[in-house]
Design a binder for this molecule. Structure first.
Ligand code: ADP
Ligand code: ZN
Length: 529
């Protein structure tokens, strides 16, 4: 024991060079590895691409016994094992995709001491046989990958992760290392508590990804906007386009293909062969675009993804950070681009209202959405705001849309009052509720059939909002929704007042708004060409 603690560094470094072919450790890797090799626990927060895998792989090789890696990413286990085998590391996995014979082979190898690393899906630990198996072998360490999955407040909770606290009770002498690429301060604390990592050393790397340029634009015609981005900035580049539904994944992939961009779809509704094929093509080929639901990308290690585009609003900042984090692992300039509109807010609020689960669950989803909306509507540096969400500080970055073209903010109090009083009049004088389209038509004084049908041209608010354009009113509604001064109700996206609306109507509250940057863009376009 004292021998290994005396010179752990050099032995780990030798393994790094001999097995993995790298010259030096990055960031805190050396300290983390030292801690675990010496038998201590570690909790590691490091962004995607930071090099977390080596933090448990090397201690597994240096310590005697097998490193047991708990990971929810079953689809990737084969790839991970293949990659390690190619380096001469003896690795295997146990998960539900294997048949009895395949599992037995791995179990035999484990018992015979012929493995350096064993990947386990967390649900395997529910099987008594697995626990007995582990008891019969020698375990070098437990690595708990994607450790944020233990957090009930997080965005990716997996109930099986709660059992992992028992690892320590059953094998008190085996060091544990928990790793994640996404954790707010609250989640960070929760991981430590739930996994009973009382004695663990915490390693928190900066979450900043300076080579990623963050941009969030108002959505008008998302497919066109995307095509524009690809043509002007990312011709021939590999990238990921995220959509919320399988249907829009299919449509967007077809649209890109029709427009001469090589694109393949990826979602859980495709058969597993097509999925595997499309994923393999993305990893192997240059310049392929994958259009996907969030089912795609966990653990995908492709260094030269030049852009990640979101055509729909992610449900949480954690999700957004993780998905955009798949861009630019090689450190080269990359783009994280998101198109976001009124309809996103309406749709997601509705999804939350109708979601299963108790009130606490819906509140949690609501809080996640609010944080995401705040990031979209900020007039400050996106990166600072993103880092602040993870409890880290950063100055204005100079490499995000709000730093590069600072959005103007304007006093939207009067606009907000006009809009909210229109909602109020409809609701209280007529007992009616309408969606954004009708409200805007009323404010602009448009004599549409629907306006005439409901005699909305006789409302006192008819035509009082002609100082703003249709798109600007949409921006006003979006921002009122984002700050909960307006709410969505029912299946048709009808808009209603909230408890806080009265503060604006009663002139007790000012509302600062973000100017829709379409203007800024068209100005710079016309002056540029
Ligand atoms: P994470 O799991 O944190 O997303 P990985 O462990 O997949 O990151 O590492 C990201 C990439 O960086 C991999 O290609 C890995 O081989 C490489 N890498 C990790 N550590 C080093 C190092 N010390 N020197 C060079 N390359 C490294
Ligand atoms: Zn910035």
């Amino acid at each position: 024991m004292s021998e290994t603690t005396e010179l752990p560094d050099s032995e780990a470094l030798q393994v790094l060079r001999r097995v993995f072919g790298y010259d030096a450790f990055r960031g805190e890797q050396a300290d983390i590895i030292d801690t675990v090799v010496a038998g201590g626990d570690a909790l590691v927060l490091m962004p995607t691409g930071g090099g977390k895998s080596l933090c448990y792989q090397i201690p597994s090789l240096v310590r005697s016994g097998v490193g047991v890696v708990i990971s929810p990413l079953i689809a990737l286990m084969q790839d991970q094992v293949d990659a390690l085998t190619a380096l001469g590391v003896r690795a295997g996995f146990l998960n539900s995709t294997q048949d009895f014979e395949q599992r037995r082979e791995v179990e035999q190898a484990f018992l015979a001491g012929e493995l350096d690393l064993l990947y386990l899906a967390p649900e395997r630990l529910r099987v008594e046989g697995t626990v007995r198996l582990l008891d019969q072998g020698k375990i070098a360490l437990f690595a708990i990958d994607e450790a944020h999955c233990v957090s009930q407040w997080g965005h990716d909770f997996r109930p099986d992760y709660l059992m992992l606290s028992e690892l320590h009770e059953r094998w008190p002498d085996v060091p544990r290392i928990a790793l994640t690429a996404t954790a707010t301060e609250a989640t960070h604390r929760e991981i430590a508590t739930r996994l009973k990592l009382d004695q663990a050393k915490h390693f928190v790397a900066s979450f900043d990804r300076p080579n990623i340029q963050y941009r969030i634009v108002p959505k008008d015609n998302p497919q066109r906007q995307l095509l524009d981005l690809l043509h002007t900035e990312h011709a021939g580049d590999a990238g990921i386009v995220y959509c919320l539904s399988r249907n829009s994944v299919e449509k967007t992939a077809a649209f890109l293909t029709q427009n001469g961009i090589e694109a393949v779809p990826y979602h859980a509704g495709l058969d597993s062969r097509t999925r595997a094929q499309n994923q393999a093509r993305f990893l192997r080929e240059d310049g392929l675009v994958v259009v996907a639901t969030i089912a795609f990308g966990m653990g995908i290690d492709k260094p030269d993804v030049r852009f990640v585009a979101h055509l729909d609003l992610p449900k949480s900042v954690e999700g957004y950070y993780q998905e955009t984090g798949r861009a630019g692992r090689d450190g080269q300039p990359s783009t994280a681009w998101l198109a976001y509109g009124l309809q996103d807010v309406v749709q997601q609020r509705k999804m939350i209202d109708t979601s299963e689960g108790d009130l606490a669950h819906r509140r949690r989803l609501g809080a996640h959405l609010d944080a995401m909306l705040a990031l979209c509507e900020t007039v400050e540096c996106r990166r600072s705001q993103l880092l602040a969400y993870f409890g880290q500080q950063g100055d204005a970055c100079g490499n995000c849309d709000t730093c590069l073209t600072p959005p103007e903010s304007w006093d939207g109090t009067i606009a907000a009052q006009k809009l909210l009083s229109t909602v109020y009049r409809l609701q209280h004088e007529r007992g009616q509720k309408f969606g954004a389209g009708q409200l805007i038509d009323i404010l602009l004084g448009k004599e549409t059939d629907k306006v005439k049908q409901f005699r909305h041209d006789q409302l006192t608010v008819f035509g009082i909002g002609t100082e703003l354009k249709d798109t600007e009113w949409r921006g006003v509604i979006r921002q009122l929704l984002a700050s909960r001064l307006l709410a969505v109700e029912g299946d048709y996206g009808t808009l209603v007042l909230t408890e806080d609306s009265g503060e604006v109507l009663g002139r007790r509250r000012e509302v600062m708004m973000r100017r829709e940057p379409e203007r800024i863009r068209s100005k710079s376009r016309s002056s540029g060409s």
